[in-house]
Design a protein around this ligand. Sequence first.
Ligand SMILES: [Zn+2]
Length: 284
Amino acid sequence: MYQKQIEQLIVLQQVDDEILILRDEIEQAPLELAGLEAQMGKFDDRRDQINEKLEILKEQQKKLTFEIDEDAGKIKKSKNKLMMVGNTKEYHAMMREMDSLEKLNRMRDDEQEAVKEELVRQDDATVSLTEEMSGVKEQYDALKTTLDERLAKATKKLESLGRKRRKACKAVPPPILGRYEFIRERMENPVIVPVSQGVCDGCHIMIPPQSYNDLQKGQQILSCPNCQRLIYWKAHIEPEPVVEEKPKKKAKAKPKAKAKAKTKAKAKAKPKAKPKAKAAAEKE
Ligand SMILES: [Zn+2]
C-alpha cells in the first residue's frame, strides 16, 4: 500500500516535471521571437535616420548647385560687361566683385565635395544595414515558421500530459493527493523527493534520525521537517548501485541461492517501481 502510493506519487511528479518544462518552452518561444522583432524595429529606426540624413544632403546638394550656377552666370555677365567699362575705378570694383563671387563658388565646390562624400558614406551605411536586416529577418522567419509548429506540438503534448496527470491523480488516495497539491502550489518543484543516507534531496539537509527510522519502516507518507516536501527512502524505490552489481558478478560463479537471498529485499523493490513508471510514461 505504502509502496504503491509512493510509486504513484513519483509518477505524478514525473508528469509534473514534464509539464513544467513544456510550459516554460511555450512561454519562452514567443519571447525569443519578440526579441528579434525588437531588433528589427531598431533597424527600421536606423534606416529612417539614414533616409532623413540622405534627404537633407540631397537638398543641400541641390541648393549648392543652384547657387553655383547662379553666381557663375553673374560672373559671366560681368566678364562681358568688363569690356565696356569706361573708367578704372568702375573696372576695379567689378573685378573685386567677380573675385568675391569666384571665391564664394570655390567654397561651395568644396562644400559640395564634402556633401558627396557624406552621401557615399550614408549609402554604404544603407547597404550594410540592409545586409544586417536580412540576416535577422531570415532568423525571424525561420523561428516564426517553426514556432507555430513547436507550440502546437508542445500544446498537444501538454494536453496528453494533462490526461496522464488526471489518471495518475486518480491512482493516489485523495488525502495524499491533497498534500501533494498543497505543497506543489506553495513550493518550488519537485514536491516528492528521495532521502538517501539521511539527507533530503529537496533541501539537502539531514533529517532527524527518528524521522529517518520511520521513513525506512515505510508505513506512512512523511514530509521533510525542514522543507516540507514529501519524502521517501530512496532504497525503497531504487536499490543501491553497489548491491545491484554484486549479484551480476557472482551469479555465474557461485550458487545462486546465496546472492539471491542477500539482495532479495532490495531487488524486490526495483522491478516493481521501474517498469510501472515506465509503462505509464509509454502509454501516452
Ligand atoms: Zn527537505
